[in-house]
Ligand binder design. Structure first.
Ligand code: NI
Ligand code: MN
Length: 236
C-alpha cells in the first residue's frame, strides 16, 4: 500500500517504530527489552521524538520509563498513566483523553476507545492506570493509522470508521487477552479499512490467533489486504 512517506516497523507484539515523512521517530507501546518477539538489533534507538502508550500493562509500557528518561520524547497517554509515569521521572507528558485530538510534533493524534483493562503493576501492587485506549494517528501527507491497542471488538469501531476513516489498522488477533481472528474479522467489517496489520499474536503460546485464520474468515471482504509482517519487517 502507499503509506505516503510513513515507514512502519513492527518490533513484535504491539510495539511499532514509525519514521514520519518529516524524519521524526515515533514509538508505539514501548516494550523491547523483555519482548521475546523483538529482534535484538532493534532494541536500541538513535532517538525517539514521540512515544504513544495505549495502556499500562507491562507488555505495552515495559520500557516506557527507561526510554522516555533517555530520549525525552513527548509521551502521549491517558492522564492516570501520565501521572504514574511522572512519578517515575518521565518528563514531557502529553496527556489526553478519549475523543480528543492533539498535535504532537508532526502528528495529529486522536485517542479512541479500547475495550480492555489498564492496571499498572508497580512493586507487586496494581495501580489504577485510567482506561486503556487506541489511537488514530494522522501524518503529514494525510496517511491515517489506527492502532487499536489491546481490545475486544466493540460496536463503536463503526464510529472510528465514520469519523476518521483510517487507511491502515493494526489489530490484535492473539486471543485470550484480546480479540481472536473471529472478533477481528468482525472488527474489520465495522472499520471498513482496506489494509490491516495483525499484531499481539505468537509472542507467547497462549496468543494463538494467526493471520492465516483471519484471512480465512475475511475471504469475502473485497479488496482487503492483510499484511502478515514478521517482527523487524518494515512497511513503506
Ligand atoms: Ni493489555
Ligand atoms: Mn497486551
Amino acid at each position: 500500500m502507499d503509506t505516503r512517506g510513513v515507514k512502519l516497523t513492527w518490533l513484535g507484539h504491539a510495539t511499532f517504530k514509525i519514521q514520519t515523512p518529516g524524519g521524526k521517530t515515533v514509538l508505539l507501546d514501548p516494550w523491547v527489552q523483555g519482548n521475546p518477539a523483538c529482534p535484538d538489533n532493534l532494541k536500541q534507538f538513535d532517538k525517539i521524538d514521540t512515544m504513544l502508550i495505549t495502556h499500562g500493562h507491562f507488555d505495552h509500557i515495559g520500557d516506557a520509563v527507561a526510554l522516555a528518561r533517555r530520549h525525552k520524547p513527548a509521551v502521549v497517554c491517558i492522564p492516570e498513566t501520565a501521572n504514574w509515569l511522572g512519578s517515575k521521572g518521565v518528563e514531557n507528558l502529553a496527556e489526553m483523553n478519549k475523543g480528543g485530538t492533539q498535535k504532537v510534533g508532526d502528528l495529529e493524534v486522536t485517542m479512541v476507545h479500547a475495550d480492555h483493562s489498564c492496571g499498572i503493576l508497580d512493586g507487586g501492587k496494581i495501580i489504577y492506570g485510567g482506561d486503556p485506549c487506541g489511537y488514530v494517528i494522522r501524518f503529514e501527507g494525510g496517511f491515517k493509522l489506527y492502532h487499536a491497542g489491546d481490545t475486544a471488538v466493540f460496536g463503536d469501531m463503526k464510529l472510528i470508521a465514520e469519523l476518521y476513516q483510517p487507511d491502515l489498522a493494526c489489530l490484535p488477533i492473539g486471543d485470550h487477552y484480546t480479540m481472536s481472528p473471529r472478533e477481528a474479522a468482525y472488527a474489520l467489517r465495522l472499520l471498513g479499512v482496506q489494509t490491516v496489520i495483525p499484531m499481539h499474536f505468537g509472542t507467547f503460546p497462549v496468543l494463538a490467533g494467526t493471520p492465516d485464520a483471519l484471512k480465512q474468515l475475511t475471504k469475502d471482504i473485497t479488496g482487503l489486504e492483510i499484511i502478515a509482517m514478521k517482527p523487524g519487517d518494515t512497511l513503506g
